[in-house]
Design a protein around this ligand. Sequence first.
Ligand SMILES: NC(=O)c1ccc[n+]([C@@H]2O[C@H](COP(=O)([O-])OP(=O)(O)OC[C@H]3O[C@@H](n4cnc5c(N)ncnc54)[C@H](O)[C@@H]3O)[C@@H](O)[C@H]2O)c1
Length: 341
Amino acid sequence: MQISLVTGGAGFLGSHICDRLIEEGHHVICMDNLLTGSKKNIDQLFDHDRFTFLNHDVTETIDLPKLLEDKKDTLKDTKNLTPKTKNLDNIFHFASPASPKDYQEYPIHTLKVGALGTHHALGLAKAANTKFLLASSSEVYGDPQVNPQPEDYWGHVNPVGPRSAYDEAKRYGESITMAYHNKHNIDTRIARIFNTYGSRMRLRDGRALPNFMRQAIKGKPLTVFGDGSQTRSFCFVDDMVEGIISLLTWNPTPNAKDLTPVFNLGNPDEISILEFANEVIEITDTASEITHEPLPENDPQVRRPDISKAKELLDWSPEVSRRKGLNKVLPYFKEQINKEA
Ligand SMILES: NC(=O)c1ccc[n+]([C@@H]2O[C@H](COP(=O)([O-])OP(=O)(O)OC[C@H]3O[C@@H](n4cnc5c(N)ncnc54)[C@H](O)[C@@H]3O)[C@@H](O)[C@H]2O)c1
């Protein structure tokens, strides 16, 4: 049985990764300080024999044996999960505020989590000789001057702009991951994740889809920033989880050995934000109109992953069309709105 640590495992994406790893037979240690995540996202896992939750902030040292020892009395499967770092097989490093609203509220924490948090998680990967998968972001490309964005594009980031805490945290996270890869031979994989949506997104996390869904379901006008000609590419969460698992299990062939272990993961089906708002109006069958507000500073004008590398080396590409994905997630948003009411 593999033992996997998922930092940020109580968040939107991390909790879906935890679910999938449990399904695959892993013992999952979910580490989260619940800053932007919630125990509700992992409620379904708490009774599972192969699931352990550790409330821990990754910007603090990660002394896994001690954290597990402290929790020993509550662990069900102590036979397989002896508190030894050496038993660990995989680290999925997902901890980080992720929505613009969150990282602008916690800019220093976001930088600390990308720097100190990634350093601590890599230190654990080195001590335990585990695979290490970093959740990076399309934001490393900033406001890209190249569309679609391939992995070898270096990006266009304003280091002092309103998005810099997140963008630079992710860029630093990639850099230190590569340093451990090159210097200590750690088996690292970097997923540059493009906009992903699905159940467990927070209604008020400020991202485009929850905003549009909330407004449309309530019959209120949908707020589009600028004229809405800026584009994004939205990936359904099940496809993203599949991509992340494919990246974890990727077996670099000798020929591909020198390739940087960095992969774009996302759905290349690009759409303008205005069209996207209209699509949500159609799917929710609402009479809502569209209103415009000023475009935030440094908002990327285009965003579309070039996923040729993932297609070729991971044999992965997304399967769920945007329309299908939006219909799948609609009941979740309706339920959240009912709960909020
Ligand atoms: N959702 C997307 O579209 C997307 C796109 C690109 C990259 N990502 C990356 O994927 C990861 C997860 O994003 P998400 O959308 O699930 O966000 P989220 O906010 O739902 O999840 C992040 C989780 O990290 C936890 N966390 C934050 N700081 C922590 C700390 N110091 N110690 C321990 N836990 C901490 C939060 O409590 C939360 O549970 C992030 O690293 C994000 O940058 C997400």
